[in-house]
Design a protein around this ligand. Structure first.
Ligand SMILES: C[S@@+](CC[C@H](N)C(=O)[O-])C[C@H]1O[C@@H](n2cnc3c(N)ncnc32)[C@H](O)[C@@H]1O
Length: 369
């Protein structure tokens, strides 16, 4: 039996329909091709893993994001490249010319992307954006920026890949563990007097940051009164975060980070452990609301006591950092805390208009009253 799955599979009804089709198959080998999906739900992942354990399922994938997601969880799959963008020859001496990236042309391209696809990268740092465009051009064996620009604006698949290149999702459980220790010993204890606490994890990537926070809150006995809003511009990492499934490949580093962050139990107590992946226990999901949201969008999510925006503003130019910091000021309670990445500061972006240092070393600030 062969099932071709069209579309993103982003509703429960579509997921249920696929599971129904798989279940109707009654024991024969099944081949599933995912044509458009960049991510699938946890139910589908676990179903495929079970079938593959019995050698009953082959999987074909057209999207690079889903391909690497499946591989990270130990699902064997075949990556099918689209013909239309495969046919280009690449001479090894071909180089991308730097002159092609005139600033006005790049800005115009970013404005066109915003108009056509609704994602606003116009105020991201140009050096970082140009590096990402180059990576995408190499992927398609294109050396001329104008040619790539046309392609990205006419072919949704090419734009999608560029979007993924723009949104750098590197993260870890208990990333910078000493910051988590400080949060645990000082910031969260300071917030314990509140009967209800609202925390915003901005640019949460695939969820490892908000889950780390939830684990600490549980150990402090505070989780029941906390609501964590976890947002990211990238819809696929948000779905990954909701799934809460992670490769087991980094487990030693995860355990070390947890211990260095002052974790008092076993990291693995908070997960169900399978052969190739770990699954966050459901209890942590109740207090985390994951949703796609760009921090640049207007409209305030307000009255937080703590905002974490770590390793996100590093990609923004200074005027945009300024706007986002003002946004955080308006979204925080008086005396609320802001945590940025360790290499991100408030000196160049006028951040000290809105915040004062709480711990300079760990880039933790308090909102001015
Ligand atoms: C390097 S990761 C940092 C993840 C996590 N905060 C950490 O420090 O481990 C940066 C994340 O910011 C997200 N991001 C970039 N621009 C954003 C925006 N305008 N609004 C929300 N998230 C954004 C990216 O998609 C990416 O997942």
């Amino acid at each position: 039996m062969h099932i071709s799955v069209m579309g993103e599979l982003d509703s429960k009804a579509e997921t249920d329909r696929l599971l129904e089709c798989i279940n109707e198959n009654r024991g024969y080998e099944i081949h599933i091709t995912f044509l458009d999906a960049n991510i699938v739900t946890r139910e589908i992942v676990e179903k495929i893993i079970k079938l593959q354990e019995r050698n009953k399922c082959k999987v074909f994938v057209l999207k690079a994001y889903l391909y690497s997601y499946f591989l990270s969880l130990g699902i064997k799959c075949f990556f099918v490249k689209k013909k239309s963008i495969l046919n280009k020859d690449w001479e090894s001496n071909e180089k991308i010319s730097c002159e092609t990236f005139e600033p006005e042309k790049v800005e115009e391209f970013l404005r066109d992307i915003y108009d056509k696809y609704g994602f606003d990268f116009t105020e991201y740092r140009k050096d970082s954006i140009i590096r990402r465009i180059k990576i995408s051009m190499l992927r398609y064996c294109i050396t001329c920026f104008e040619e790539f620009r046309e392609l990205a604006l006419s072919d949704q698949d090419v734009f999608e890949q560029l979007f993924l290149d723009f949104s750098i999702n590197t993260t870890n459980f208990f990333r910078d563990p000493e910051v988590f220790t400080f949060l645990k010993d000082r910031v969260l204890l300071c917030l314990d007097s509140y009967s209800h606490i609202k925390i915003w994890s901005v640019g949460c990537s695939n969820g490892k940051e908000p889950y780390s926070l939830a684990i600490i809150l549980k150990e402090l006995g505070m989780l029941h009164k906390v609501q964590i809003y976890a947002t990211d511009i990238n819809p696929y990492v948000i779905e990954e975060a909701k799934n809460g499934l992670y490769s087991i490949g980094t487990i030693d580093a995860d355990i070390a980070n947890y211990k260095n962050a002052g974790g008092s139990k076993n990291f693995t107590d908070y997960f169900d452990i399978a052969k190739n992946y770990i699954k966050v226990k459901d209890e942590f999901k109740e207090n985390i609301l994951f949703f796609q949201h760009s921090v640049i969008e207007k409209g305030i999510l307000n009255e937080f006591q703590l905002i974490l925006c770590r390793n996100v503003m590093i990609y923004f130019d200074i005027p945009l950092q300024r706007k986002v910091l003002r946004h955080f000021y308006n979204s925080l309670d008086a005396g609320g805390f802001l945590v940025t990445g360790k290499s991100e500061g408030l000196l160049l972006n006028d951040g000290y208009e809105y915040f004062v240092d709480y711990n300079e070393r760990y880039s933790i600030y308090r909102r001015k009253n």
